[in-house]
Design a protein around this ligand. Sequence first.
Ligand code: ZN
Length: 603
Amino acid sequence: MRYGPNLLEEILRRTDIVQLVGRKVKLTRRGQAFWGCCPFHKEKSASFKVENGRRTFKCFGCGKGGDAFRWLMETEGLNFPEAVEKLAGEAGVELPKWTPEDEAREEKKKSLYDVIEAAAAFFEAQLLLAVGTPARDYLKSRGLGEPDAKRFRLGFAPASGNALMAHLTAKNVTQDDMIAAGLVRPADEERGVRDFFYNRLIFPITDARGRVVAFGGRGLTADAKPKYINSGETEFFSKGRQLYNFANARPAGLKAQTIIVAEGYMDVIALVRAGFEAAVAPLGTALTEDQLHLVWRVAPEPVMAFDGDEAGLKAAHRAARLALPNLKPGHSLRFAFLPSGEDPDSLIRAQGAPAMQKVLDAAAPLAEVLWRGETVDRDFSTPERRAGLEKALSEIVSLIADGKIADYYRRDFENRVFEAFKRRTRGPARAPGRQGRFAPQADPVSAAVKNSLIARSGGARKVKETELCRLILEEPELASRYAELLAELHFSDPLLDRLRQELLNVAASGFRLENKGLENHLLRQGMADVVERLRAPGARSEVVQESAFGEDADARFLRAAAQLRDMSELDPERRRAMERFKAEGTEESWQEAQRLLARRSRE
Ligand code: ZN
């Protein structure tokens, strides 16, 4: 590779993508993101989103998206090295062509690495002194002795609050450098300059090359809050982009073609001690997309190890959903759940490495975890509930960006639905000649699946239509912001479609839209029924549920509109197949309708 990943990351980190895209596209700020009209396809209302937080652009209309390099390649026809060179120049990142100033800057940075390394050595030494007794006692309580401390370079930050500062000052390190290295907190209104860590057990965090760039600190008193802290973000350290123990885990993981993502530092240490050397953990936050890409560079199917309790399950589902938009052929995740109440550390201490190996061997594939998340402890005794399940599953599939993989998941989920409901209704009354395959219409299974299939093409549309209308009632400005988009959609529900047209009328009139005013206007137009329906509790929960993804109203609106458009674009062949299936309800027509529905509309 011509440029190291660190260099590319550095360039992206220093590039203001909003400003970069803003040179070609007029962008308007809404919340955290900026929106504009997509330059890759024709549109008059803004469905093109740029975010500095994620350092990406994304069009909800045509699907184009990527990072700043991708942007230059798409808009200026540059190849990758050219895009890198151009952005590096603008971002002030020097590519490996050294000038005296570069040498000086690099020297400076190198000296900061040395400062952090000196701090690591200081913490290590403190652990072995009398002051380090509380930290050593804690380690002992977790079964760790001096050789372990040495191996993982564990340390102790004394309670005084300025011990490190005094130590580094004596080595002629300036306060500015200590602050730049993230070791010392600058003075604020309440207190003067002071050590970042005090009275904490110290875990050094290294970069991919194995240089110490930051520290994690565990409080040693019951009242230490929070229990764990990390160094602040610095030029070298970003907690969302690095992983604990990555430098050591990478070679082992590449060799074994697997890597374990545990929840915390102590879990990683326990795993490594037990012989699972390819183990990493995020740095005090839930796994991020950047970290996901990092572990994918090591192994195609990293194993996420979660505690078997409810919090662990929740974290697993969060990670599963995070992975969906990023899945590529050959890239997935597996999930290992520890027995309830255990983490890798406690399990290995109690039962040894073989017990952990067993847990890892039983790791479930991503599709299985997503399926369990929607089905475990749920009751699907009515067709409506089964239809609800199918809807939830198809929403999961809609989060997968890669078309091939989305198709695979759709089929996988359909098989699971089929198998699950076949099993539930299998009974002695069944005719012996009909085992296995799909039963005809009179069978309750067939009715359920049929209902859900119809729901997916009809009921699911109505859900999306309702959601769009509700979002607009909540935030009427959406109707004028996306009038063009709204005009292109056709609602299958006649009442909702009338509302849609009325909203377009109001938007076209140029009045400033406000909730109360809009509602009064709709009531005057004789649309009290539909307004009431949209205000009903069911419709409300639908919208609230969506917002659990943490998206703002615009993103939710655009997502729902895109999904609705997808659903509306049934071609005549698919429509006829659906009609035939509705009329006949035979296995053959079901298969055909399934096959055609599964065909994803790709533009
Ligand atoms: Zn576009």
